[in-house]
Design a protein around this ligand. Structure first.
Ligand code: 5AD
Ligand code: SF4
Length: 490
């Protein structure tokens, strides 16, 4: 009987992809996947270290586990950062595996059973070693994991991630990523294109390219040629004409070339969506964060982006309560949201992380109540701006990808509570949740069979971060590659 694996993922999209790749390798070795932790033979947590809260969730998961006959593995950034501390606190953890060693994890698990290594603890970490080891060795490691991706018929690949760069060289003072994921390594463009093609052949509707500072992508072919991020976008767009949506995250505000903006403007299947974290609005704080740009340079990028694509949707991240942040300095973040017209922002309270420069250099001197208030104030401003950005879409017909049924409404329906505005009580229609090409959330009533397809909808109302729409007549979805229907960029 095959062994069952329970795998829970925390944190970013990079982790979601890593989990998928590890699970793919385990399935190929004959393991099965299960969503029931209790009955699993192997329990894996793919962890995040970016903020303390993310780590606490994993601590509590590990604390809950009483069974001793399961193989317990902690993979990802916490395994790399916290290392043997995890073993000390949780002796029932058997395996630790950092994000740069995941290609070896399936063999480690196999080995554990074959050699009956119960009671023995094994750790594979190496991001910091890799920083000083040869670049070629790091690249080999990276490729082994990503190349292992096997797409089988029937796999759910509608929305997929493809890594183009691993690691980060920026060293923002608050951030653990350069330590946990190691140095920036770019994948060969031919391998990226093959992977995107494979996914599109298997029915992918949307591929999201992943990189921590994705616009820094530059692959040196070793013969004087370099493939830039803009080149890569053009090449994928041309080589995979049957992929309806190509998007990417996360952009770094500096070094985003005009060529890359032109690629977004000129290639109709590239989504006009930019997630480009500003982090702060004040130059002194940006400097203390080691972000490497001034707010004027940030605005210069935003202005260029809107000049190329007046309809581009832009999202940001902010950190409030960074050490020494004054009230006036905090207020500048509000100006950034208004000036850059973000459709949404992810706002975080500063969390001191062991191993980073900021924790050594600064006391965490903004109390939690102040951080919370600043977080709420910034959210309120973002809400106002989001309202305006979303209102401007009312009346437009947009192509959306239907992700599934709206849980909230289905639940309300079950409880017999009155349904949301615009909901018609039809037995065959449910409220569906979808995304525009600009990543706006749309809800509309439709047949459940529309799930996982592209549909045209007309926006009737906007409220907060949600667009309320109705299905447009005439066109019922389909790939732009097979239809001459004009695409509407949200
Ligand atoms: N504290 C709070 N937020 C952080 N982020 C990264 N490190 C920290 C930290 N130590 C936020 C940044 C980043 C996002 C992924 O997480 O805004 O863009
Ligand atoms: Fe962290 Fe800065 Fe790199 Fe983003 S750019 S991953 S915030 S170090």
């Amino acid at each position: 009987m095959s062994r069952k694996v329970y795998l829970e993922t925390f944190g970013c999209q990079m982790n979601v992809l890593d989990s998928e790749l590890v699970m793919g390798q385990l399935l190929a070795r004959g393991y099965e996947t299960t969503s029931d932790r209790e009955s699993a033979d192997v329990v894996l947590y793919n962890t995040c270290s970016v903020r303390e809260r993310a780590e606490q969730k994993v601590w509590s998961r590990l604390g809950e586990m009483k069974q001793t006959d399961q193989l317990v593995g902690v993979m990802g950034c916490m395994a790399e950062r916290d290392g043997t501390d995890i073993y000390r606190k949780f002796p029932h953890v058997d395996l630790l595996c950092g994000p740069g060693e995941l290609d070896k994890l399936p063999a480690m698990i196999d080995n554990h059973f074959v050699t009956d290594a119960s009671g023995r603890q094994t750790a594979l970490m190496g991001a910091n070693v890799r920083r000083s080891s040869t670049k070629a060795a790091a690249e080999d490691n990276l490729e082994l994991l990503d190349l292992s991706r096997a797409v089988s018929p029937g796999d759910d690949v509608k929305q997929s991630y493809v890594r183009i760069t691993r690691g980060c060289n920026k060293f923002c003072t608050y951030c653990v990523v350069p330590y946990t994921r190691g140095p920036e390594v770019h994948r060969p463009p031919s391998n990226i294109i093959d992977e995107v093609k494979k996914l599109a052949d298997a029915g992918s509707i949307e591929v999201t390219l992943l990189g921590q500072t994705i616009n820094h992508y530059a692959f040196d072919h070793g013969d004087g040629r370099t493939t830039t991020f803009a080149d890569l976008l053009y090449e994928i767009h041309e080589a995979v004409p049957h992929l309806p949506r190509l998007r990417f995250v996360t952009s770094y505000p500096r070094d985003f070339t005009d060529e890359a903006l032109q690629a977004m403007r000129d290639c109709e299947r590239i989504c006009r969506y930019l997630h480009v974290p500003a982090q702060h609005g004040d130059n002194r704080v940006l400097k203390a964060m080691n972000r490497g740009y001034t707010i004027e340079q940030y605005y210069d990028f935003i202005d260029r982006a809107y000049a190329y694509m007046p309809d581009v949707a832009v999202a940001s991240d902010f950190i409030v309560g960074f050490p020494t942040e004054t009230e006036d300095e905090f207020q500048t973040c509000k100006d950034v949201i208004r000036r850059a017209r973000f459709k949404n922002s992810f706002i975080f309270k500063y969390s001191p992380r062991p191993g980073t420069v900021a924790i050594d250099r600064f006391a965490d001197d903004i109390d939690d109540a102040t951080k919370k208030r600043r977080n709420n104030e910034l959210l309120a401003v973002q809400q106002e701006v989001a309202d305006e950005v979303h209102q401007a879409l009312v009346g437009q017909t947009l192509e959306v990808y239907v992700e599934g049924e709206s849980k909230l409404v289905s639940k309300r329906q079950n409880n017999g509570v009155e349904l949301g505005a615009g909901f018609r009580k039809q037995t065959d229609a449910v409220q569906l949740v979808a995304r525009t090409r600009g990543d706006h959330i749309v809800v509309f009533d439709g047949d459940p069979s529309l799930k996982h397809s592209l549909v045209d909808v007309t926006v009737e109302k906007a409220k907060g971060l949600t667009l309320f729409a109705k299905k447009a007549h005439g066109f019922s979805g389909g790939s732009p590659a097979t239809s001459d229907h004009a695409l509407t960029h949200a």
